[in-house]
Design a protein around this ligand. Sequence first.
Ligand SMILES: *Cc1c(COP(=O)(O)O)cnc(C)c1O
Length: 399
Amino acid sequence: MFKGKNSVEDLAICGGKPLFNEKLHVGRPNIGDQAKFLDRVKDILDRKWLSNNGPLVQEFEKKIADYIGAKHCIAMCNATIALEITTRALGFKGEVIVPSFTFVATPHSLQWQEITPVFCDIDPRNHCIDPGKIEALITPRTTGIIGVHLWGSACDVEAIRSIAKRHNLKFMFDAAHSFACSHNGKMVGSFGNAEIFSFHATKFFNTLEGGAVTTNDDDLAAKIRLMKNFGFSGYDSVIYIGTNGKMNETSAAMGLTNFESISTFINANKRNYTAYQEGLRGIPGIRLKTYNEQEKTNYQYIVLEIDENVTKISRDLLVNLLHAENIIARRYFYPGCHRMEPYKSYFPHAGMLLPETEKVCQKVMVLPTGASITPAEALMICSVLSFAIENASLVTKSV
Ligand SMILES: *Cc1c(COP(=O)(O)O)cnc(C)c1O
């Protein structure tokens, strides 16, 4: 029972003992058939072809390109390097318009190359870049737009496309959250000049570490392939500036194995999402982000918006209470990229132009899901939230 003390440990519901023995994390890895993975790894070792466009990387690229319906898939060591390479290959320089409500890798991939990320506010309905606010940010230095598809949905691709066209800008998408999702019936992966996926361990589909660029543009794909391999066009022949963005064979082995279980992962997420929907129904002040059932989606994130005026208990205190029960809920993209360094120092007043981003950063809470969480656990997590809100007045605000 909450005792109204100042330490989070005192707040644990069962007299100081957490409700869950093990920590339930957001983004706990989904792992497919272990035996198949190990077989593939054994093959890699026998073959002694560990990296440099090995057979498993090639097979993986083909599977992903076919699945998405994109002409090219270039597998990478991670999505951050994929972002750096793709923005460079597209010739981005000067300023590029991006949302601040994203993982910090999106603006970092630009700043790393001394390209200025210009932060655009978001649409509070889908938390993605608000196309209505893009044009006001375009200057003679602007060279591109990066939309970020969040939470297993897509941003407003059509509106961004028409703005980009009108101003003769290139545009691409950070689709790290939206592998296996569709937008207007078409798979995410072939919108804009290119799209980037992350297959990091915490994403619902992982290659240990990894990422990919997908595109329908032949020239761009060729350029990106050179760039991710130091610019080598053959033995002893470097024809371009490049870096090392290659995916290794073990990652591809994990990717191929997990790809065989992708519908299992999605179904587990969907089943948990349904349990959360049921468990959260009727809890005042909590809104669960819904998925559009008309589209394909990965149900990857359980995203809540907490209305503190109604709950009478702050989002941050709820997060602390959940942590005391070993439910490792997370504030997402908090406090917003514009409040992180170096952006905070470069643009100390950016928040004034980002009112919706600021509000959403204060409201959002993400709950654990994935194949290792059961619907029963999801319902228990909802009960903790319900209990905390019902007893809000017993809990001090000073935690
Ligand atoms: C995870 C993530 C990235 C970075 O992916 P890595 O593969 O870890 O480099 C970039 N953007 C967004 C939106 C992400 O969620």
